[in-house]
Design a binder for this molecule. Structure first.
Ligand code: GDP
Length: 245
């Protein structure tokens, strides 16, 4: 996928914003993907916070990105937004344990927020800091009112670890009652052959069985930033969470 230019993304976006319902019905899958990627490309840094009470209280629907450190979260965010260094802020010393927020949509009237949450499970982090962050993540996922969805990055070769199950348990009540949606991206899928990919999907579906209910909206997909596979589909899912289509 080639990166869309800013002006092109905005043009796509504003074209889309004026589409009326009957026309929307005839958009092809390719149109929908282009629209979703154009929207994702508008992401820009808004603010960073080390504590929940520092986060702005907004009405904008918020999508949180979570995952073990090294799961490929920063790369996935950069790929989804078609920006080389957007999630770079989350990697700079002093910000690795912050929640970084990005606005999406037209410049003057953003319509959604991406929240990049700190990667967990990094061995070198001191125990005290780990516990503090576990608490912040649990609280964020439990109480952040504007949260509409969570994108959980799982390294497709490793599958769900104890920490991933723990993370899911923080948000399970809200996923279970359908108020927060969940998309699991099995990252680095380019490293798997066909049967390994099928196994990774089956393993994830089994792990997700723990929290799936009739009300829950839970998806899982293979994702490769390297091969750019699963990117358009993931963008469409997130666009639909925010815009309904
Ligand atoms: P984070 O700690 O979760 O933000 O992980 P990063 O995005 O920094 O990625 C961790 C490592 O995995 C880096 O060396 C990336 O280059 C690598 N990586 C990320 N995505 C992919 C992918 O789609 N395919 C492959 N082969 N490597 C990837």
């Amino acid at each position: 996928m080639t990166a869309l230019g800013d002006s092109m993304a905005e043009q796509n976006y504003s074209e889309v914003a004026t589409v009326t319902a009957p026309e929307a019905a005839i958009l092809t899958e390719a149109d929908l993907e282009k629209r979703a990627l154009g929207w994702a490309h508008t992401a820009r840094f808004r603010t960073t916070a080390s504590q929940l009470d520092q986060l702005p209280q907004t009405e904008l629907p918020e999508i949180a990105f979570v995952g073990r450190s090294n799961a490929g979260k920063s790369t996935a965010i950069n790929t989804l937004t078609q920006q080389k260094r957007l999630a770079f802020a989350s990697k700079t010393p002093g910000r690795t344990q912050h929640i970084n927020l990005f606005d999406l949509g037209p410049k003057m009237v953003p319509n959604a927020i991406f929240a990049d949450l700190p990667g967990y499970g990094y061995a070198a982090v001191a125990r005290g800091a780990k516990l503090r962050w576990q608490k912040v993540m649990a609280e964020y996922l439990d109480v952040r009112r504007s949260l509409v969805g969570v994108v959980l990055m799982i390294d497709s070769r490793l599958g769900f670890t104890d920490l991933d199950h723990q993370l899911m348990s923080f948000v399970a009540p809200r996923v279970g009652n359908g108020s927060v949606r969940l998309l699991v991206l099995l990252t680095k899928a380019d490293k798997l052959n066909r049967s390994e990919a099928a196994q990774a999907l089956a393993g994830a579906q089994q792990a997700l069985g723990e929290i799936v209910t009739d009300e829950a909206d839970v998806g899982v997909a293979l994702f490769s930033a390297l091969k750019k596979s699963g990117v358009g589909d993931a963008a469409k899912v997130l666009h639909a969470w925010v815009h309904g289509v």
